[in-house]
Design a binder for this molecule. Structure first.
Ligand code: NAP
Length: 252
């Protein structure tokens, strides 16, 4: 897959899956805008690993609706355009219904939905304005196996990712005639900071053995599915959800 000259924005591109995506696109000739939240050091380190360029850093809290238009404008200015967006930034938080207070329950739903679902909706809103006026583009959203398998200890997370899947498919139908194509990558556990405490804890082996491969995914394996959906040749896969979970959960 060749991304020579393509301009790519990756939310949460500084660490984990987003970092692997940034590297995969840059290796194939793309110019990358790395969005991050607080950790400027990690963002700079990731930028320094990228081949080619120039690549830029775009700091913004994607859960703040007021910052999204500015993030897209900064990316277009910095890269000279925008061809591909990867909505990767996401958070998880345990909030069992039988243990948390009603206040914590409310706060967690608000927070998780704002980062994992409403933020991608807002990014797509502004990115698609630009893409529509400039011949089209590609949008790939990073969801989760939890959307299908259930997340009993973090239902807001499962719901946010199921919503992301449904939104992607609705907009794939809506935007295809504008030459804007969308897809989802739904990983199981991936070896990143987000999963680190679970993977190194008492549940670690149980989680790894959910897959017949006896391990979880590497971020690069998720990035490969992302670049597949972002490629010119994958146009007819619009609306697709690709599972990257090592056969740990097979949906019908
Ligand atoms: P990670 O290692 O925790 O990295 C998260 C990235 O998102 C960082 O770059 C972080 O920036 C950024 N970020 C977080 N909140 C943000 C916000 N409000 N605005 C802008 N950037 C923000 O995460 P990951 O494991 O790579 O996960 C990436 C995606 O994959 C998420 O959507 C996650 O739900 C999904 N996923 C992960 C797993 C897994 O096991 N890891 C499994 C299934 C799905 P800073 O560095 O500045 O904090």
């Amino acid at each position: 897959m060749n991304f020579q000259g393509k301009r790519v924005l990756i939310t949460g591109g500084s660490r984990g899956i987003g970092k692997a995506c940034a590297q995969a696109f840059a290796e194939r000739g793309a110019k990358v805008a790395i969005n991050y939240l607080h950790n400027a050091e990690a963002a700079k380190e990731t930028q320094a690993t990228l081949k080619g360029g120039p690549h830029i850093l775009v700091q913004a809290d994607v859960s703040n609706p007021a910052l999204i238009e500015g993030m897209i404008v900064e990316t277009v200015k910095g890269l000279g355009g925008l061809d591909i967006v990867v909505n990767n930034a996401g958070i998880s938080q345990v909030h069992p219904i039988d243990k948390v207070s009603y206040e914590e329950w409310q706060d967690t739903w608000q927070l998780i939905l704002s980062v994992n679902l409403v933020a991608p909706a807002n990014v797509i809103y502004w990115a698609s304005q630009f893409m529509r006026a400039n011949g089209g583009g590609r949008i790939v959203n990073v969801s989760s196996r939890g959307a299908f398998r259930g997340e009993p200890e973090m239902p807001a997370y499962g719901a946010s990712k199921a919503g992301l899947n449904a939104m992607t498919q609705s907009l794939a139908q809506k935007l295809a005639t504008e030459n804007i194509y969308l897809g989802v990558v739904a990983p199981g556990f991936v070896e990143t900071d987000m999963a680190a405490s679970k993977l190194s804890g008492p549940q670690g082996d149980f989680i790894r053995n959910q897959s017949p491969l006896g391990r979880v995914a590497q971020p690069e394996e998720v990035a490969y599915a992302v670049i597949f959906l972002a490629a010119e040749e994958s146009r007819f896969s619009t609306g697709t959800i690709i599972d990257v979970n090592g056969a740990s959960y097979l949906r019908g």
